[in-house]
Design a protein around this ligand. Structure first.
Ligand SMILES: [Zn+2]
Length: 362
């Protein structure tokens, strides 16, 4: 199994220039290779394959010496991307491949960094062949010996490295002493059956507020104006920052939960239960909590823990004693007339989810 870590890069101005140049050269190669395929096909009825194009790379580099500035693996990967685009088209999974404009070609990849670099010789840096030792903030530890690929991507607010690492799936553990149910309410913060809640940290809430403010400002700007362009870029920047902070937060929280439990139970989320909202900030938070479930499931698998999804039906309307306790969305408190339990409704839901999971597991 492979997982990908996202770390921010801090290139020097010279390195950044080289990274931008790499993107530009790769994009041009991509478009040229696409043109070659289409022309051969349309005019001569011939098929140009990926292998043929890969074999032409050395001659191509002789003709266009600028390409010597780009690592050969990166160029090979560029051609492979084009080939994948055609394959997806032939399988009916995507439309016909497009030419790429500069704002559509945003990343380049070292597919086998281990073979060509002393990649992770130095902490706090990543070695990108032909670019250099680039400063990188690795805020989570990862196994430097098992790096399978490095993707370098440009965002509105800077550069990120996506580092693919191979991980072994731990032997499934048999113990089930500690189990937890999680109610991932989309309207509120996830609640745990141990009577705690996963609250966003203050800095994240503040950033989200900043994003909403910037979005409101953008909506007031006149269409087509320079100010609107500026406001748009600003929204994109804040949006990315918030998305990243949230992701980091979700990683930490899911790690914490999985580490301290042997069985993790959640509800099956239904798409129709999702709150539809076109506002960006809202869509982040919805997608975020769904992501939270994904993180929980793969971290659980990796650590050999059990991950159980239970049917969502009625979990918010039932008491742990089995009694039916009807509530509207506005009712925040669960009050059971049968057993006398009075508690936050989401916590009770989490407990009910855990009960159901234990029944399934047994
Ligand atoms: Zn009850």
């Amino acid at each position: 199994m492979q997982i990908t870590f996202q770390f921010r890069l801090y290139p020097t101005p010279e390195q950044e220039q080289q990274m931008n140049r790499t993107l530009d050269l790769c994009r041009k190669l991509y478009n040229r290779a696409k043109e070659q395929r289409d022309t051969a096909n349309n005019q001569e009825g011939k098929t140009v394959t990926n292998t043929m194009q890969q074999n032409e790379l050395p001659a191509f580099k002789k003709e266009f010496p600028a390409y010597k500035e780009v690592h050969s693996q990166v160029l090979q990967d560029c051609l492979r991307r084009l080939d994948h685009a055609y394959q997806r088209f032939f399988r009916g999974e995507a439309g016909f491949p497009h030419y790429k404009s500069a704002d559509r070609y945003l990343s380049f990849t070292y597919p086998q960094p281990g073979a060509v670099t002393k990649t992770f010789a130095k902490g706090g840096y990543v070695y990108l062949p032909k670019i250099g030792l680039v400063r990188m903030r690795a805020h989570r530890p990862f196994d430097r010996a098992n790096v399978t690929q490095i993707n370098v991507k440009r965002y509105a607010d800077g550069w990120m490295a996506g580092i693919g690492v191979k991980v072994e799936t731990a032997e499934a553990s048999q113990t089930m002493e500690t189990a937890v149910g999680i109610d991932v309410g989309l309207r509120t913060f996830p609640a745990l059956s141990d009577e705690t809640k996963v609250n966003s940290p203050r800095h994240l809430r503040k950033a989200e507020k900043r994003l909403r403010r910037a979005q409101r400002r953008l909506s007031r700007k006149q269409r087509g104006s320079r100010n609107r362009q500026k406001a748009k870029r600003k929204v994109a920047r804040i949006h990315q920052k918030v998305a990243r902070q949230r992701k980091d937060f979700l990683h930490k929280q899911s790690h914490r939960i999985v580490r301290s439990h042997d069985l993790i139970a959640v509800e099956q989320l239904k798409v129709k239960n999702m709150i539809r909202n076109r506002r960006l900030s809202k869509s982040i938070s919805d997608a975020g909590w769904r992501k939270f479930i994904t993180y929980l499931s793969y971290k659980a698998e990796r650590q050999g823990k059990r991950f159980v999804q239970v049917p969502a039906h009625g979990t918010s309307q039932t008491c742990v004693c089995g009694a039916n306790v009807p509530k509207t969305l506005a009712t925040r408190l669960h009050e059971c007339k049968r057993c006398g339990l009075v508690q936050d409704r989401d916590i009770v839901s989490a407990k009910v989810i855990l009960q159901r999971a234990l029944e399934i597991a047994a």
